[in-house]
Design a protein around this ligand. Structure first.
Ligand code: BGC
Length: 398
């Protein structure tokens, strides 16, 4: 079975979506017969194709946004998962730089959060419980004694409603989900939207908003695993990373922050100058041992406001690709893919071994609901949760 994407000139079809035809043979002829002008997988605009069904028969779609420079980002309505980010290297060769699968079944059954929208609370809540306004809320303990990434059925496993939105910056789609009061133990009906915008300046911008009808806690992130050399091509330990952070939050052996904001100076956690990731990842430092590598939250050096600030810069010296991350968030989780263990077969058919991808998750700090000194993650009725993270793609040749 072969899938062909046939892009109409917009003025002819009156829609911004391309048509998709699936056929064993003769698909090209079908496109021609319909008088379509071009046949391509990377035309400027938005494409949509079916991506299977969930167990209860809910249809899942994959959308692809392509900008004027030919950069494209794919994502599916299941979990809002980013399935591909196709960007050129310094010689103009395009590769997909995020880990993932080529089918819904694997995303449903074995996904270690590749590309997901992660919530209602990204990362861990210690002891799988928290207290808010004098009430104790109990969550699913799905990671040792702790709750990870929103519990058993977090936002990464929900089917989101997609709709196109108008922006001046580029192609954009909004994903919406209403999380019922009590879902996964969290109080309050949470109305969530996530807008993915692919700008013509080669940025993937992610805007999150949420409102609630009862006091609750919220922490949303996007959980792509990046490999700037291309998905399935090997390790990220040779990438250089800069993190704009003088402090990080050390953890206990279950990866819950101790509450301390520790200085990175003189430790393997100092990425204020761009450093090769593999250089210190085998150091016998207690925190590296707890994480089996890097799996920590860095406290960004930023003003206490909602401005977009440079958080991270990732560079693959081999391909020349660079990704810069700006965020309104106070923290970033750098996870060096420590739990990848060669059991998953990725999008292009290669297996993923330890450190074949890394996550840089902008966020509030883990376990904030139990850490009164950390920036608050409480959302109350009448307030709007609003955060933005921008991923900018460039090369060292540009
Ligand atoms: C966590 C890791 C976890 C990974 C995949 C990261 O955000 O910090 O501990 O293994 O997500 O779930």
């Amino acid at each position: 079975m072969r899938t062909w994407h046939c892009e109409w000139p917009r003025e002819n079809c009156g829609t911004r979506y391309s048509a998709l035809f699936t056929s064993t043979i003769g698909s090209g002829a079908l496109c021609l017969a319909l008088g379509l002008a071009t046949m391509t997988t990377s035309a400027y605009g938005i494409e949509m194709r079916p991506f299977g069904e969930t167990e209860d028969g809910t249809a899942v779609e994959e959308y692809t946004l392509t900008n004027e420079n030919g950069i494209s980002v794919g994502f599916i309505t299941y979990g809002g998962i980013v399935t591909s980010i196709n960007v050129p290297d310094r010689d103009g060769n395009t590769d997909n730089v995020v880990l993932g699968f080529d089918n819904l079944e694997d995303y449903r059954t074995k996904n270690p959060y590749f590309g997901t929208i992660t919530g209602r609370y990204a990362n861990r809540i210690g002891g799988a419980s928290f207290m808010l306004d004098g009430e104790t809320y109990t969550l699913a303990a799905n990671n040792g004694p702790n709750s990870l990434h929103g519990g058993e059925t977090g936002f990464d496993k929900q089917v989101w409603n997609a709709r196109e939105v108008e922006t001046d910056e580029g192609e954009a789609l909004e994903l919406a989900y209403v999380s019922p009061d009590g879902e996964e133990g969290y109080p309050g009906t949470l109305d969530v939207t996530v807008v993915y915008t692919l700008t013509n300046d080669d940025e993937l911008r992610v805007d999150y908003t949420a409102t609630t009808d009862k006091p609750t806690v919220v922490n949303l992130t996007s959980h792509s695993y990046f490999n700037l050399g291309g998905e399935g091509t090997g390790t990220i330990l040779d990438h250089e990373l800069m993190l704009n952070a003088s402090r990080y939050t050390p953890v206990d052996e279950t990866l819950i922050p101790t509450g301390e904001l520790a200085e990175v100076a003189g430790t393997p956690f100092d990425f204020r100058e761009a450093t090769v990731i593999g250089e210190r990842v085998r150091e016998n430092h207690q925190q590296i041992v707890y994480g089996r590598g890097y799996d920590h939250n860095w406290v960004l050096d930023r003003p206490d406001d909602d401005s977009l600030v440079l958080a991270a810069r990732l560079h693959d010296p081999e391909s020349g690709r660079i990704m810069e991350i700006e965020t309104t968030e106070p923290g970033i989780q750098f996870y060096s893919g420590n739990f990848l263990d060669a059991t998953l077969v990725g999008t292009s058919g290669n297996i993923y071994r330890q450190s074949d991808g890394l996550a840089l998750e902008t966020q509030h700090f883990p376990d904030s609901p139990n850490k009164p000194d950390f920036p608050s993650t409480v959302l109350r009725p009448g307030e709007t949760y609003e955060t933005t993270t921008v991923h900018r793609f460039l090369t060292d040749g540009s």
